[in-house]
Design a protein around this ligand. Structure first.
Ligand code: CO
Length: 251
């Protein structure tokens, strides 16, 4: 069941996502060669609690941390560890969820650590472009699968592949609401987007093949071929005036 939010509820979700984006900025600034992913997680949790929120991921199906920190061939859901120190040339996906006043905010970025290869920089750029193109689809009257269609066509035109096993989602009082938001497939299908619907759109784009393998920790998702992967995510509301990127767009 898709839950439409009132404008008052969207204002709360905007605040939850503002805390998410503040946290992502702090973490991105602190993410340097030598820093451990656990140090970044502690920084994130402290900031979220100081802002009056709660980490949304911690305890979700037993997930142990505030952030997902996904390095290089890790697509998503990398677990922060005190023994995992970032290195010059890594790419780091940071995914963060915050519960504030009963609503969940969810967003992610992938950032370069030190000096990265041209190929890595291009993958980050194209994946962010996939997200931005998808955001522009979030308008009344467009159809749900138009989102995945623009993501897939942009990623594949650049020679990359789209992860199939993991998808975006509706979001609100629960982190995962209907509908699932595919990052691939034909457009023009599924429900029409309506004002008040909020979607967490999260393209996961691989430099090589699309295949995924999961680590024994039950969380870490990596590329099957060991090549790089990038992930960006926004929580986006459908409004009469078009997309509202919660926590980012001023309103
Ligand atoms: Co999400």
């Amino acid at each position: 069941m898709m839950v439409l939010k009132t404008s008052e509820e969207l204002a709360v979700m905007n605040r939850a996502n503002a805390v998410v984006h503040e946290t992502l900025r702090l973490v991105a600034e602190a993410a340097k060669p030598g820093v451990s992913t656990k140090e970044l997680d502690d920084l994130a949790e402290d900031h979220i609690r100081a802002a009056g929120g709660k980490p949304a991921f911690k305890g979700y199906r037993g997930y142990p941390a505030t952030l997902c920190t996904s390095v290089n061939d890790v697509i998503v859901h990398g677990i922060p560890l005190p023994t995992h120190h970032l290195r010059d040339g890594d790419i780091l996906g940071v995914d963060c969820g915050v519960v504030l006043d009963g609503f969940v905010g969810d967003a992610a970025v992938t950032v370069p650590i030190g000096a990265v290869s041209e190929q890595a920089a291009r993958l980050l750029e194209v994946t962010k472009e996939c997200l931005d193109l998808a955001v522009d689809v979030v308008r009344p009257g467009r159809r749900l699968t138009d989102i995945g269609a623009v993501i897939q066509s942009h990623a594949e035109a650049a020679g990359y592949s789209v992860v199939r096993e993991l998808v975006g989602h509706g979001i609100g009082r629960a982190m995962h609401e209907d509908p699932q938001v595919y990052n691939f497939g034909p457009g023009g299908r599924g429900p029409e987007l309506r004002p008040g619907l909020v979607l967490a759109i999260e393209p996961m784009i691989n430099a090589g093949i699309a295949g995924v393998s999961f680590d024994d920790d039950g969380w870490t998702a990596r590329t099957e071929d060991g090549k790089l992967s990038a992930h960006f995510e926004y929580s986006v509301a459908v409004t009469e005036n078009g997309p509202w990127v919660l926590g980012v767009d001023g309103r």
